[in-house]
Design a binder for this molecule. Structure first.
Ligand SMILES: [Zn+2]
Length: 525
């Protein structure tokens, strides 16, 4: 468990998920939570149970599917409605029933928001805070309070904004996070307000949005002024210009200010984690992101090249290895000897030094061509099996495949796929129809193999992600497809890369089926 004296609080799954174009399934949220836990954050805000069915589901599944080593889950929600008891408010009940050890309540601290948005009196707002905090505390949950629009509220009515803090703290809130909800603050004025708020003796947190490009700077200024709880989002996700980038905040505090927030070995994994999360969110990573961007320590050769060779530290602000980044080149997520060995052992394979070397080289080569094994665990395992066996072993061999997309007279688009396979000494030709080419290929493969392998009926494609990657070596853009499949008990992901999207999809599909058969206990011949 992380030290309670300083909190690293992640809100990617709630506030970060507000980002335009970002859409997380419950499985995605669980995956992101595991990555954040791996980094060693203290708190992961999972969402708003009761208000959002997906978030209710997240907390339900988290109980059995998330085995957090460092972080505690926080459920986000509002104070009770005006005029009812906290104990009788169904939304407060949903927070109680979420099973989260921590509840973060959002409350108004700006007098005009209380009157105009909440349409209640300033006194009733304080009663709502007092009542909800003390009720949840009495029911055994730890409570943090997000003081919404605090900085604008302080400007409008400082006495009332501070009264909100005192009320929450007296009712039992452990932390009051001051929120720059509109994101309009600059570091110097923000620090003055935090300093004034600290005079109340309340433990303070800080929650900043990046509308002035100052979210990280504002967060650091607040810490200097006395905040001991920082909120932010992975990769700076969030609506408008985003939230404070939690990775930048953590790296700055730990490497520049000497805070002991996450284990050094976890910090040294931060670049990998930041990229792994982009694979889940399907948001193109910002290559210029501080610390974790692929360009963050990339130097253009030229005037400085020879000096860099002599002493790279002359040209970089930290040793990139501290955050798991690399000075020269793109980070290869899996392609380190140690991580490959570790992963192999985890999967139950004993790798000889030679096979480790071969595997590392293969992974490096494939990653340089756009593959990613970080998010495609099943593809990695197939590669590993092939390396251990010294040959490619499959349940079926592909002779050819073909897809036709037809626009019918009625304007409907129909896809038809034909696959020709060899399995168990038979040559099989099968045709499938679907609403798209990948769907048609999927059906054709199942039709071809289902007699020999009836367990394929349980296999399901649950997610399909496409990313266009910039071409290298003068080629055009290439397409990367990630397919997530499941049977009754688990999910696995496979990857395909090609210039042609259907080719990339086929590669991922073929591996998905192969891996599904291995899971069902079918050994390759
Ligand atoms: Zn926010």
């Amino acid at each position: 468990m992380a030290d309670d004296r300083f909190h690293v609080y992640d809100t990617t799954l709630r506030d970060g998920a507000q980002q335009e174009g970002l859409n997380l399934t419950v499985a995605d949220k669980l995956a992101v939570a595991r990555h954040l836990d791996g980094l060693g954050v203290g708190f992961i805000e999972g969402g708003w149970p009761g208000a959002n069915p997906k978030d209710t589901e997240f907390f339900r599944r988290a109980r059995t599917e998330l085995d957090l080593k460092n972080a505690q889950l926080a459920a986000f929600g509002a104070t009770r409605r005006a005029g009812v008891k906290a104990a009788d408010d169904p939304l407060v009940a949903a927070l109680r029933e979420s099973g989260a050890p921590v509840v973060t309540l959002v409350a108004k601290s700006h007098d005009r928001h209380v009157e105009l948005a909440l349409r209640t009196s300033l006194q009733e707002n304080l009663a709502m805070i007092r009542d909800t905090v003390s009720h949840l505390r009495a029911e055994g949950q730890r409570v943090f309070l997000d003081a919404e629009h605090f900085f604008d509220g302080y400007r409008s009515n400082p006495a009332y904004a501070l009264e909100v803090l005192r009320t929450a703290a007296e009712a039992g809130a452990d932390v009051v996070a001051l929120c720059d909800t509109n994101g309009g603050m600059l570091p110097d004025e923000l620090a003055e307000v935090v300093h004034a708020a600290a005079q109340t003796g309340t433990r303070l947190g800080i929650h900043c949005h990046d509308d002035t490009g100052c979210a990280v700077a504002n967060t650091l200024a607040a810490v200097k002024a006395g905040a001991t709880h920082v909120q932010g989002c992975a990769n700076g996700y969030g609506e408008r210009s985003g939230n404070a980038n939690l990775f930048t905040v953590v790296a700055n505090l730990q490497l520049k200010r000497g805070f002991d927030l996450v284990p050094p070995q976890a910090l040294a994994d931060m670049t990998r984690i930041a990229h792994a999360i982009t694979e889940v969110t399907n948001v193109t990573p910002n290559s210029h992101a501080p610390y974790v961007g692929t360009s963050a320590f990339a130097h253009k050769a030229g005037l400085h090249a020879s000096a860099i060779k002599v002493d790279p530290n002359l040209y970089q602000h930290i040793d990139p290895a501290q955050v798991g980044n690399d000075m020269r080149m793109l980070v290869s997520d899996m392609a380190g000897r140690a991580s490959v060995e570790l992963k192999g052992r985890e999967l139950g394979y004993e790798l000889t030094p030679e096979s480790t070397k071969t595997l590392v080289e293969r992974v490096k080569d494939l990653e340089s061509r756009g593959f990613t094994f970080e998010a495609a665990d099943a593809s990695f395992e197939l590669l590993l099996r092939d390396t251990v066996h010294g040959e490619r072993r499959r349940h079926f061999e592909v002779e050819s495949w073909r897809v036709i997309v037809e626009r019918t007279k009625g304007g409907e688009l129909v896809s038809e796929a034909t696959v020709k396979l060899h399995a168990k000494g038979e040559r099989i030709v099968a045709t499938g129809e679907g609403n798209g080419p990948v769907n048609a290929l999927d059906r054709a493969v199942r039709l071809a193999l289902e007699k020999l392998y009836p367990e394929l009926a349980r296999l399901e494609l649950v997610d399909y992600k496409v990313r266009i990657l910039e071409g290298t070596h003068g080629t055009g853009a290439i397409t990367r497809v990630l397919i997530t499949s499941s049977d009754d008990t688990a999910e696995w992901a496979t990857v395909g890369v090609a210039e042609n999207i259907i080719d990339a999809s086929w590669q991922a599909l073929e591996q998905a089926v192969t891996y599904g058969l291995l899971r069902a206990g079918r050994e390759t011949s």
